[in-house]
Design a protein. Structure first.
Length: 262
């Protein structure tokens, strides 16, 4: 499982203030904490309040690279912000993200190819988030087909079914989980799968419980990566145990400790 830490996001007040004031200590502390907790990559998002997303993204990339060599997931709706970050990324990069819209694919896929970055594709288009599994599969197939046409390696593609909050879209959650499994039969080799986990619990009272329960179910349906809070110890323990039960990890009495040391 590829674990992408979600906490360096300008939507959080502390992070937004640190970006505005160019306070490296806050960003680097969060980077170290997430890496120490077991994440494999760090999501970097300037947030909607950023007045200069390209400049702020460059600052985030430079700041984080001073303390870790983990992969960086560049998260922005601004293409120029992503490209400026890619230009100075010293280590593996992930573009977060493209939709299934043709004009978006025609811009983002060549960018991923140019910088040899992985790519997250969201199963949505101009009509918004699909309301059922079949439409999610249709949009995923469109993204995969476009990547194949452009020569983008499918083993670097992550398809995101777009998880919606349980308190407003409960009826869609089962379909979302089923879509994760069915994405694997779209192509050979199949694309990988990813979710933005915290979306499922947004606005709910028992956020951690909702997150870890959905994550375990997603792992059972073949999930390859998740953008999540690695500082939630119960969440991480649940993930490790789910992978153990699915025979993706070797059992020992200290399997939690052993996984974290890996």
């Amino acid at each position: 499982m590829l674990i992408i830490g979600e906490l360096i996001n300008g939507m959080y007040k502390e992070v937004g203030r640190a970006i505005k004031e160019k306070n490296k200590s806050v960003i680097q502390r969060l980077a170290r904490q997430q890496v120490d907790a077991g994440c494999d990559a760090l999501d970097l998002n300037c947030g909607p309040a950023s007045r200069n997303p390209a400049s702020d993204m460059c600052w985030l990339v430079q700041t984080v690279q001073e303390v870790t060599d983990k992969a960086l997931c560049l998260d922005s709706t601004r293409i120029n912000a992503i490209e400026e970050g890619l230009k100075i990324a010293k280590f593996k990069a992930i573009i977060n993200s493209t939709s299934a819209d043709k004009e978006k694919l025609d811009t983002i896929v060549p960018l991923a190819l140019k910088y040899k970055a992985s790519l997250i594709g969201l199963t949505l288009d101009k009509k918004g988030v699909p309301q059922d599994k079949d439409r999610r599969l249709e949009l995923a197939a469109m993204i995969v087909a476009d990547c194949q046409e452009k020569g983008f390696p499918l083993d670097e593609l992550y398809i995101d079914p777009v998880v919606l909050p349980a308190n407003v879209a409960q009826v869609q959650l089962e379909d979302t989980l089923k879509a994760l499994a069915e994405f694997k039969i779209i192509s050979s080799p199949p694309p990988k799968t990813v979710i933005g986990l915290s979306n499922v619990s947004q606005g709910t009272k028992e956020r951690s419980l909702v997150n870890r329960t959905f994550l375990i179910m997603a792992v059972f349906n073949g999930l390859d990566a998740a953008i999540l809070d690695p500082l939630d110890k119960e969440l991480m323990d649940s993930l490790i145990t789910a992978e153990l039960i699915l025979n993706k990890q070797i059992y020992c009495d200290s399997f939690l400790e052993a996984y974290r040391r890996k």
